[in-house]
Design a protein around this ligand. Structure first.
Ligand SMILES: C[S@@+](CC[C@H](N)C(=O)[O-])C[C@H]1O[C@@H](n2cnc3c(N)ncnc32)[C@H](O)[C@@H]1O
Length: 271
């Protein structure tokens, strides 16, 4: 599998198409689509342009040449904090389960504008935090400075970056929807390997429900729903599940009221 085959597979699944349906839409055979996805053959330039136009993406995106960013890069440039300064309830649940009574290392993956990272640092954790959006990291650095705490902020793409060293907590909220299905096992295995025994993974994922409309600011082609229970299934062995929840809640992130359903989890590494 290469970038192109991964992106073709992800786009087809995102649009809920079978290989046959995608092939028919492009006037090709099912076997051709199957071979692309396995990486055995690649579409020629004419067909590539047709696929790009069909899915509303660029050919550079399909080929993996486009630098990957999310719409947050732009949103975080505004003065206000896009997400406000309210901290996710999972952060408080985590504090109860692992109060920093000794020096504890926490990694915040997809830290956005750094509110949670600063909250943890103020509560005594040694915090490392990364995100792909540089504008968010800059805001996080300013927030940390104003709060008088030190945080190691850096830019990285979680799909290509393995954390360095061991952490007592890996915390990532509202981020894993950016991980296409085929990367999930690999990403979570790496996070698990970088979690100390006794440490926690504190995570949530958006799950798809047929009775909930997709959010108006959902980034099609970049954000991917999870299935109910899928997140927990990666924590079946060696992990004790300390908290599981599946709330449905209101949101107005794009100025339009809508609902989300999330699977939330805190798991402790036991061995
Ligand atoms: C919905 S925001 C959540 C931010 C923060 N975790 C919070 O709860 O407020 C999603 C974040 O994931 C980041 N992100 C998306 N894809 C990423 C990737 N491949 N690598 C690193 N960060 C990514 C975005 O830039 C954005 O800051």
């Amino acid at each position: 599998m290469n970038d192109l085959s991964l992106r073709l597979t992800a786009l087809r699944k995102e649009h809920k198409l079978t290989k046959k349906a995608m092939a028919e839409a492009l006037g090709l055979s099912r076997q051709t689509v199957s071979n692309w996805e396995k990486g055995d053959i690649e579409p020629n330039i004419g067909v590539l342009a047709k696929i790009a136009s069909y899915f509303g993406v660029s050919t550079d995106y399909l080929l993996g040449h486009e630098t990957y960013t999310t719409h947050y890069e732009e949103k975080y440039r505004q003065e206000d904090f896009y997400w406000g300064k309210k901290i996710n309830t999972l952060a408080y649940e985590m504090l109860k389960l692992m109060p920093p009574t000794r020096p504890l290392r926490l990694l915040d993956v997809g830290c956005g504008e750094g509110q949670a990272a600063v909250f943890f640092a103020r509560n005594g954790y040694h915090v490392t935090a990364f995100d792909i959006a540089v504008s968010g990291l800059e805001k996080g650095r300013r927030l940390a400075q104003a709060a008088g705490v030190h945080i190691n902020f850096y830019q990285a793409d979680l799909l290509r970056h393995e954390p360095e060293g061991m952490f007592d907590v890996i915390y990532s909220t509202d981020v894993l929807e950016y991980v296409p299905a085929e990367h999930r096992r690999n990403v979570l295995c790496q996070w698990q390997e970088h979690t100390s025994v006794g440490g926690l993974n504190v995570l949530d994922v958006f799950v798809e429900k047929s009775f909930i409309a997709t959010a108006p600011d959902w980034e099609h082609g970049k954000e991917f729903f999870w299935n109910t229970g899928e997140l927990f299934s990666y924590y079946a062995n060696k992990w004790q599940i300390e908290l599981i929840r599946e709330p449905i809640f209101d949101c107005d992130s794009a100025g339009i009221p809508h609902k989300h359903c999330m699977d939330m989890m805190i798991a402790r590494r036991m061995a």
